[in-house]
Design a protein around this ligand. Sequence first.
Ligand code: SF4
Length: 247
Amino acid sequence: MLSLPFDPLIRAREVEELVMEGLARKYYRFRPARYYGGIATADLVGCPFLCAYCWNYARNLHPELSRDRYYSPDEVAKRLLAIMKRKRFNKVRLSGAEPILGEQSFEHLYHVLEGVYKANPICDFILETNGLLIGCEERFVQELSQFEGLHIRVSLKGFDEESFEAISGSNGKYFDLPIKGLKDLIGNGINAWPAIMYETFGPEGIGKINERLKKHEIRPEELEIEYLEPYPFVLENLNKSSISIYM
Ligand code: SF4
């Protein structure tokens, strides 16, 4: 039983052990998706956070129970490239969980990027991350900066320590790490931007996160606002949590 709030860095290590086998990682789906005007998508398993509104909540709570299989970086790249070719997309992304849990999963990601760009050097690769591990390890940022055409969307899980703890389940003392990660990405010339979920921030939370971003010299105009997918289990989880919801 996971007790809240937890330490997300410890949880990242534990989850990485459960979803990695050598350089192969657990994925549960490969699909074409309508987002970004059409994008080949690989859905991962495993995240250090446990957001009440996560649409992959059950898998991320118990990654060890999922029967999904492990895919090598080469297999992942090939599947994504095949979807792009079939659907005539030029965009690709990883979604559903957190791509970077530590060294091993970063290595996996790096090889997926290499495989995709080797076959299609002009595609757009959109990396969706919560930014936690990126904020811990500057080497990750430097290695990611080698890939032109890589775009990184950092999904922020709170506008202060308290809201971060309520939304992500993680100890509030880690609130600043994803913002630091975002700042490092931008500082290294990577096209990276913050994203938030409107229903968990509301106008006041958006004002507060903009103030925090400004302090880190991140322009508020960059903030992407997404809206909740109101799946019944998501609404049920949110109702059980202490998060204030703005609908
Ligand atoms: S960070 Fe994303 S993948 Fe992880 S629990 Fe939160 S919503 Fe789910």
